[in-house]
Design a protein around this ligand. Sequence first.
Ligand code: AN7
Length: 354
Amino acid sequence: MEPACGLLARYREWMDLPPHTRDQLTLCEGNTPLIPVPRLAERLGGGFDLYVKYEGLNPTGSFKDRGLVAAVAEAWGRGAQAVICASTGNTAASAAAYAARAGLKAVVVVPQGKVALGKLAGALAYHARVVQVQGSFDHALDLVRQAVERHPIALVNSINPYRLEGQQTAAFEIVDALGRAPDWLAIPVGNAGNITAYWMGFTRYHRAKNTGLPRLLGVQAQGAAPLVLGHPVEKPETVATAIRIGNPARGQEALQAARESGGRIIAVPDAAILEAQSWLAEEGIWVEPASAAGLAGLAAEIRQGRLDPQGKTIVVVCTGHGLKDPDIVLQHADALPTIEPKLAHLEPYLTADR
Ligand code: AN7
């Protein structure tokens, strides 16, 4: 018996996928929690409802599973033997897992030295062929585009339309949970597929069910903010390696989505991203740095009086789990006390403030 879990079981009728798509592909992805965070709302001034859509709880630890289940199910049904993607890490791990599940090979091309540990290890654990490029994500994507022109291998980056068909399901889940669309959705932006997919999902649901539309606040890292600057960034740099992207493939669509929604795309400094990561951890929600960019952007907009949250319902999308990038926390932590196994040595730490 097929398990009735996962996105293709739950939302297939809302996804525009070809009939050959293998709907049985699933790791029971999606159905992630929408966590109320009232204390965090107070920290930002209060007077509104704030939720975290915690996408780190997908099977491989990021929202990418929504898109990859759809893209790999389609490639599998089409008879592909292998899939390929460029990635800052999460797409790589997710593509590797779903390819493994479908019995396909996965080749993932990543920027050398700029992929967080949990992502690289994940891709390897799921038996992908991992190739490092001496360059950025943008170089890797360029290479992958060339590869699929010459070789019979299915591209599963978000240029692949089925990726967006899968990723829009997060918008469906939010509307299904709240009963209508939120007033604002704050979301990190890298290659810009996800914000594009959310807008697609919200508009598709709204047309069918009149569930309303949110304003979109897309957030890039200041050192990798081509959509804010209006031109590609040659050497993107940010602590949020997931969104260290200088020339987003879905950039124009993302800008259009933000504009249509009455929202915008902004940039925040790395320090603000790490601060937002820390705030979330104080709520018991550990996310990787890129995933905190949405909250960092929301906080900046509220603080600077450009976004009035009063009486609103706001959802912050946290795209990936903190376990993806443990290094970043260890790097910023104080040296850990090490003691002899004696109570007297432990006692100073029992009451001292951290
Ligand atoms: C945690 O894995 O681009 O704007 O290759 O991993 O849709 O690109 C990851 C992107 C946000 C940005 N948060 O989403 C990849 C990759 C996390 C991410 C983004 C990514 P897009």
